[in-house]
Design a protein. Structure first.
Length: 82
């Protein structure tokens, strides 16, 4: 089953590294969309999904467990894709 992964990014090095990690684990079978948190409408959408810090990842419209606190846990992300 293909998943849609959305990365909320502020354009920093940590965000760039997270985008690379998400793309690596998503491969070609999952869709990856990167959102720029500098845009007001994106920041509002992020807040609606409970994003409190960046980088943050949504998997199929839900805040991934890897991002519920601070940072991204690759193992939790990998589990969300299975």
């Amino acid at each position: 089953m293909a998943h849609k992964l959305e990365v909320f990014s502020a354009g920093c090095k940590v965000c760039s590294d997270t985008i690379d990690t998400v793309k690596k684990h998503a491969g070609s079978e999952h869709e990856v969309v990167v959102h720029d948190m500098q845009r007001e409408e994106i920041a509002q959408r992020a807040a609606q999904h409970g994003v409190r810090s960046v980088p943050a990842v949504l998997v199929d419209g839900k805040l991934a467990g890897c991002c519920a606190n601070r940072g991204v846990d690759e193992n939790v992300l990998r589990e969300a894709l299975n």
